[in-house]
Ligand binder design. Sequence first.
Ligand code: ZN
Length: 183
Amino acid sequence: MAQPDNTQPDKTHHDTTDHTETDLENRLTPLQYRVTQKAGTEPAFTGEYWDTKAAGTYHCVVCDTPLFDSATKYDSGTGWPSFFEPVAPEAVDTKRDFKLLMPRTEAVCSTCGAHLGHVFPDGPQPTGDRYCMNSASLRLAPAQPGSDAADHDAAESNAAKSDAAESDAAESDAAGSNAAGTG
Ligand SMILES: [Zn+2]
């Protein structure tokens, strides 16, 4: 049964790749486009999230798939947002990258293929992996107020602020949260 399928759309209307790329160029900032689509790297200590401690989920900036949880983010000292594991093993794909002399493991969004950054084997436990990501590839969706993660993180950032600014309000807030949290 090899009947021609008349429900197929007219082939002259197929504008796929160009259309999508133009779309992305309009929707993303030039840096986001260069990083995610051309495997670029943002300069260290310049990205939006390298020093972010807010609770939430980091989504792919291109397709909005959740990629990393703030609970797995840690301060790697590199100037890029670093995580020790993705939100789910299948969320992030890895492949070998031979752009530099040393082979590296490139991390890409497994949903849309956006370049995210690289994975190095010098991360903290429990995984020992360092997902060195570009802020430009990510969008932080803040945790809902009142969730455990948000409370926990608020206490942490208040404590950090009180160190730096000696804010009485933040200090007593943090002390209160810590007392309530630890008992
Ligand atoms: Zn994606």
